[in-house]
Design a protein around this ligand. Structure first.
Ligand code: GDP
Ligand code: CA
Length: 384
């Protein structure tokens, strides 16, 4: 069903109007105001806001879309991982969510495009162009070219994202957390002799960053881009802290605070609590806006370990134990009303938060949908 004031973000035809890539400013629906009713919008749809990082967020959202096909879902995505490579703006978390919900994701990898080739990467390497540690495929490159072209033409990231979604039809409204550039950097200590050695892909890499080619005989603290720490060094060098460059002046992207204000419930998927959810929560205004809402989170930590990836290295860096209990305390009872944990973490508790235990492995879309359904049921119960 089409909404007269511009269409439902949940309707798969939502973006089927004029080609926004040729003229993004002709777009309609986004940012519109709805008549607020006690529960659901004026068409009776439930309004859900979810925050999201990359893989964990995307898989949860695919389940949520299946569990609540009629809901109006707005997703606020982390952009702290964004990086400029070869002059192109790359937004890994936005793209992972867009490709996953749009049916173009490399399922096995969890990021990047399916049926990908790497000719451009090989050609860049043949020229000796750095960095060579970030894997961009040919199909993926096209996304970054379109995004960079539009940004250079003056469109904000939120509008660029909406334009890219005309192709991918994610069935949810994707919003970057901010249109302002705000990047996560990681403080590490470089060891004497030219760097901390780390094994990446079987080859030895050191942590000297661009601009630092001279070996040094002193230990040096340096801040490197999150992607260099995560992808090149695979988080094998301890992070001393994270620095969110630009966070103090970052503003929530247009539509973010409005979506939160109008939301019936807010869900935190099992995304990285530090560098995905934690980053979004630090954009001035977002956490405060969420405090007034019914918020249910899903633990990314099961039995003392992340399900996938290196979230433990991020938690350690901020002095938090890798456990469902510690992540619950990190988010806090002021933010969370409900917390889903895996059966092995059933003993987790915090005053003011209702904890429920259930299987939390997103093996496939059905498993993710069952988790999303449980999070939603808990949230709706708490919101009553
Ligand atoms: P990234 O930006 O690609 O790292 O992705 P996210 O921040 O969205 O998600 C990363 C987190 O997802 C990691 O901390 C994982 O532990 C968590 N995760 C991945 N798969 C699953 C799963 O099947 N179940 C749960 N509970 N967490 C998961
Ligand atoms: Ca990420």
């Amino acid at each position: 069903m089409r909404d007269s004031d511009g269409g439902s973000p949940n309707n798969r035809n939502y973006h089927n109007s004029p080609n926004l890539l040729s003229n993004p400013l002709t777009r309609g629906g986004q940012g519109r105001r709805r008549t607020v009713t006690p529960m659901g919008d004026r068409l009776g749809r439930m309004r859900i806001v979810s925050l999201a990082g990359g893989i964990g967020g995307a898989r949860f959202l695919r389940g949520l879309r299946a569990a609540a096909p009629d809901a109006d879902i707005t997703v606020i995505v982390n952009t702290g991982d964004d990086i400029t490579l070869f002059g192109l703006r790359v937004c890994p978390d936005l793209d992972t969510v867009m490709y996953t919900l749009g049916g173009g994701i490399n399922e096995e990898q969890g990021w990047g495009r399916e049926k990908e080739t790497h000719v451009v990467k090989e050609e860049l390497a043949a020229y000796g162009v750095e960095p060579q540690w970030f894997g961009l495929g040919d199909r993926d490159f096209a996304t970054h070219i379109v995004r960079s072209q539009m940004l250079a033409a003056g469109y904000p990231l939120s509008q660029v994202t909406e334009a890219l979604c005309t192709r991918w039809q994610p069935g949810v409204r994707l919003l970057p957390m901010s249109d302002d550039r705000c990047e996560t950097h990681v403080v590490i200590t470089e060891e004497p002799g030219g760097g901390v050695e780390a094994d990446t892909d079987g080859s030895k890499a050191d942590v000297r960053v661009q601009g630092s080619t001279e070996p040094t005989n002193k230990r040096r603290r340096r801040a490197i881009h999150f992607q260099e720490w995560w992808v090149r060094l695979r988080a094998s060098v301890p992070a001393e802290s994270f620095a969110l460059i630009g966070i103090d002046t970052a503003r929530p992207a247009p539509g973010v605070l409005e979506a939160i204000a109008e939301a019936d419930v807010v869900l935190l998927p099992p995304s990285n609590p530090v560098v995905s959810i934690g980053t979004i929560l630090q954009v001035p205004g977002i956490r405060d806006a969420l405090l007034a809402k019914t918020v249910v989170g899903v633990s990314p930590i099961i039995g003392g370990a992340p399900v996938r990836g290196m979230a433990d290295a991020c938690l350690t860096a901020i002095g938090v134990e890798t456990s469902a209990q510690a992540v619950l305390e990190l988010y806090g009872a002021d933010l969370l009303d409900g917390w889903l944990v895996a059966p092995e973490d059933a003993g987790v508790a915090l005053e003011g938060v209702r904890v429920a235990a259930r299987p939390l492995l997103m093996h496939d879309v059905d498993a993710a949908a069952a988790i999303a359904r449980a999070a939603l049921d808990l949230a709706l119960d708490l919101a009553r």
